[in-house]
Design a protein. Structure first.
Ligand code: PLP
Length: 347
């Protein structure tokens, strides 16, 4: 890995961050707070929240077997994705490399920040070659994006190739594990100490059933986490979200039950799906969704919309011609989808 100073934009490396009232006084023994121009009425939301969300990070660190200092929390993992561009990529100069197809936000953030986005097509098994990805990098490549299980393809990327990338690439590897809870593959968080150039993204939005509170996580070396903390909005995770995040962590047993149920439902739904006349291929999945090739994706998508059922049409995505992406729902929802699709050929 190149030294972090070389990977960071000079203006960010030299930045003196905004210091909020809650940064300057961190103690808890005081009882009179007249430092932040808050209104003394309407407790508890009258107070600014903890800018670094320490309570939540301590609880998370316990569950994820890491240290609170290795965690960044943001307004969804989308915030972390945007921040790595702003911290490390000089607009109009630097570039990033990513597998294709993958999660659309990487390219959107690249475009917003005027950073060249280099795509390397997956093979027909939706896997990648580390050598090919590294061949697409140059001296200005700061970030390399991997997503495992990948969205929209649903499969885990090969661990040996992921390791080859982390070991072989001189910049930062952003490994998006948004769907890791649904996979048998262990998270790379366990390996974080081995890899100073690794940034792992996870989220409260999928297995943790909390998309509405907007809470995402990044796990990385303390040096990288400190850079992200330096440039984030001072109070990027609001009080209500911090509280609700804590509540879901206290119900971790519930998350484990949901995940187990959804994996069972995935198996049933994929088996039923494969038998449908309109379905040509169901791709293997390690996530809470799967990709299926159908006879006519747009026609079937529109038919389902008319029946009040919304799936994702991925027809226009690389390697996904005539593919629909199906999220696994409840048994009742999944059955409704299957029964509705059985009616399609009769129209
Ligand atoms: C859904 C998803 C996310 C989650 O984004 P949030 O901003 O945390 O809701 C991140 N990465 C991938 C690949 C996703 O599919």
């Amino acid at each position: 890995m190149k030294p972090l100073e070389e990977l960071t934009r000079p203006n960010i490396w030299n930045l003196k961050p905004y210091s909020s009232a809650r940064d300057e006084y961190k103690g808890i023994t005081a009882s009179v707070f007249l430092d932040a121009n808050e209104n003394p009425y309407n407790a508890p939301t009258n107070r600014y929240p903890d800018p670094l969300q320490w309570d939540l990070k301590h609880e998370l660190a316990r569950i994820k077997k890491t240290q609170p200092e290795n965690i960044f929390l943001g307004n969804g993992s989308d915030e972390a994705i945007d921040l790595v561009f702003r911290a490390f990529c000089e607009p109009g100069v630097d570039n990033v490399v990513a597998i294709d197809p993958t999660y659309g936000m990487y390219q959107v953030c690249a475009d917003v920040n005027n950073v060249e986005y280099r795509k390397v097509l997956l093979n027909n098994d939706f896997q990648f070659s580390a050598d090919e990805l590294i061949a697409a990098t140059d001296n200005h490549t700061k970030l390399l994006f991997l997503c495992s299980p990948n969205n929209p393809t649903g499969n885990d990327l090969l661990r040996s190739e992921i390791e080859k990338i982390i070991n072989g690439f001189e910049g930062l590897v952003i490994l998006d594990e948004a769907y890791n809870d649904f996979s048998k593959a262990p998270s790379f968080i366990e390996e974080l100490d081995k890899y100073p150039n690794l940034v792992i993204l996870q989220t409260f939005s999928k297995a943790w059933a909390s998309a509405g509170i907007r809470l995402g996580m990044a796990f990385a070396s303390t040096d990288i986490i400190n850079i992200l903390n330096k440039i984030k909005y001072p109070y990027n995770v609001n009080q209500l979200t911090q509280q609700q995040g804590m509540e879901i962590l206290h119900k971790y047993y519930e998350i484990e039950r949901w995940v187990k149920t959804l994996i069972e439902e995935r198996k049933t739904l994929m088996k039923d799906f494969a038998k449908l006349k309109v379905v040509e291929k169901v791709y293997p999945s390690d996530a809470n969704f799967f990709l299926a090739k159908v006879t006519d994706a747009s026609k079937i998508y529109n038919y389902l919309v008319g029946e009040g059922i919304i799936v994702r049409n991925r027809n226009n995505i690389a390697l996904c011609g005539n593919c629909l992406r199906i999220t696994v729902g409840t048994r009742v929802e999944n059955n409704k989808l299957i029964e509705t699709l059985k009616q399609f050929h009769m129209l």
